[in-house]
Design a protein around this ligand. Structure first.
Ligand code: COA
Length: 423
């Protein structure tokens, strides 16, 4: 049995942040009904690479869901929504501020209609505070949650990260809240409102930068390779510094292309072995006993020289060859993997983290697999639904409507956009 089998999720989410959460819960076995406006989640048509097929933007975030289209601006459509609400365990949405309220469905109203339902909402900035009314996308959250100001190098502009911490990161936070609320419902019998703000989630993921922000009141940050000093009022950008108690950096390798780097953590326990291995090749035969590098404090002070020596050594090797050398010495390290490297990686394939799927309109494509491995509930990944593919099925199976009722709702415009007025 799948872990979330038996839970029904009314999924009003769109774009990335919300669909990340519902896809994960679908992979854990929940029945996720993607409740879309008649023209669908906007991402179906965004960044389209195959004519008339749902974009990868959509397909990669909406697997294992059923799609129903309902027009919430039509009274019959709203009535269908209420019926589905009554038959669901969870409702999730990430509309802009106030959208659901404008439909007439505040949390209070939803709770009244189904006291057991758990409601999850993602907003850029939550429902309270001076920013509450603003919309948000990934990079807005990265900008406002402290990620951008701490990513990059001090003399360059702030950078966004490739990892979608604002969208997918927020979706993960929401799943945690929903599961906790479902657990509490087992005891109280009542649902609750779970709110996750993208800005809050990014701040949470930048926790170590807040550690450093406060440490600056008492001294500099000796592990940073960039200048810091006591009394500095903000955590600076620090390139590829490790951000932890151990020293680390990205080292360029042969043949010196854009991704020919390896990240090396010069862990305290491995310094001597590492110094013995690289020293002779970089004209420092006594590196392991050199007083400039004896303790981690010494190496922090002279870390520029450590990186120069490692880079000199690495110039003879590819990142994979250097990885093999470092693995033998038990040095924590990781080659910088391009998407090409990952798509073709044996480890990734073995862990089903890049899985091939078929789609009626786009043919073969790949999705990133399920990163949470449950031993008694392995994920079975299935393609995303076509727009409205399951409208009839959901109305009949979940709501028990017969053919005549479905036909009359269709005729009343419950599932479609109103016809365009003649000019
Ligand atoms: C992402 C975001 C910026 C997109 O903004 P947007 O495209 O203007 O979309 P909104 O969510 O504000 O509005 C959705 C519209 O679709 C309409 N709509 C949604 N579902 C509908 C349905 N089933 N039937 C009819 N209309 C529907 C809504 O009524 C609303 O129109 P309105 O403004 O006329 O009321 C915004 O949704 C947002 O800030 N969300 C919260 C933060 C978030 O999740 N961002 C991350 C995205 S990855």
């Amino acid at each position: 049995m799948e872990a979330l089998k038996g839970f029904r999720i009314l999924d009003m989410t769109h774009v990335q942040a919300g669909p990340t959460a519902t896809q994960l819960m679908a992979w854990m076995g929940a029945d996720v009904i993607k409740f879309e406006p008649p023209n669908g989640d906007a991402t179906r048509g965004q960044l389209r690479d195959v004519k008339d097929a749902d974009s990868l933007y959509f397909t990669m975030l909406n697997c294992n869901k059923r799609s129903i289209t309902v027009n919430m601006k039509n009274p019959e459509g709203k009535a269908v929504f209420v019926e589905l609400l009554k038959k669901s365990d969870v409702i999730l949405e990430n509309f802009g501020p106030g959208v659901l309220d404008r439909f007439g469905f505040t949390w209070e109203k939803i709770h009244e209609l189904n006291p057991r339902i758990v409601m999850g909402s993602i907003k850029g900035f939550g429902s309270t505070g001076p920013y509450a009314e603003f919309k948000a996308y990934e990079n807005v959250a990265q900008a406002m949650g402290g990620a951008m100001s701490t990513t990059g190098v001090p003399e360059g502009p702030p950078f966004v990260t490739g990892a979608q911490i604002g969208d997918s990161g927020t979706g993960l936070h929401l799943v945690i809240g929903i599961l906790a609320a479902l657990h509490q419902r087992n005891i109280t019998g009542l649902g609750q409102y779970v709110e996750v703000a993208m800005m809050d989630s990014v701040m949470n993921l930048c926790r170590v930068k807040w550690r450093d922000h406060q440490r600056l009141q008492n001294g500099n940050l000796p592990e940073y390779s960039v200048h810091t000093e006591k009394g500095m009022s903000y955590t600076p950008r620090a390139g590829n510094d490790s951000g932890g108690g151990q020293l680390g950096n990205a080292i360029h390798c042969k043949p010196h292309g854009p991704n020919d780097y390896i990240y090396v953590v010069v862990q305290e326990a491995v310094w001597e072995a590492l110094a013995r291995r690289i020293g002779p090749d970089v004209n420092q035969p006594n590196l392991a006993t050199d007083a400039k590098f004896t303790t981690i404090g010494d190496r922090r002070k002279n870390q520029g020289e450590v990186w120069t020596m490692l880079t000199q050594f690495a110039s003879q090797y590819t990142k994979r060859e250097f990885m093999a050398i470092l693995n033998d010495l038990d040095v924590p390290c990781g080659p910088i993997m391009s998407t090409e490297d990952l798509a073709d990686d044996e480890h990734v394939r073995g862990r089903e983290m890049y899985v091939e799927l078929d789609h009626p309109k786009r043919g073969k494509w790949h999705n990133v697999g399920m990163p949470i491995k449950l031993s008694a509930s392995p994920a079975k990944i299935e393609r995303s639904p076509l727009l409205g593919e399951h409208t009839d099925e959901v109305l009949k199976e979940v709501l028990g409507f017969d053919e005549a009722k479905v036909a009359s709702l269709k005729a009343a415009g419950a599932f479609s956009l109103p016809p365009k007025k003649a000019a």
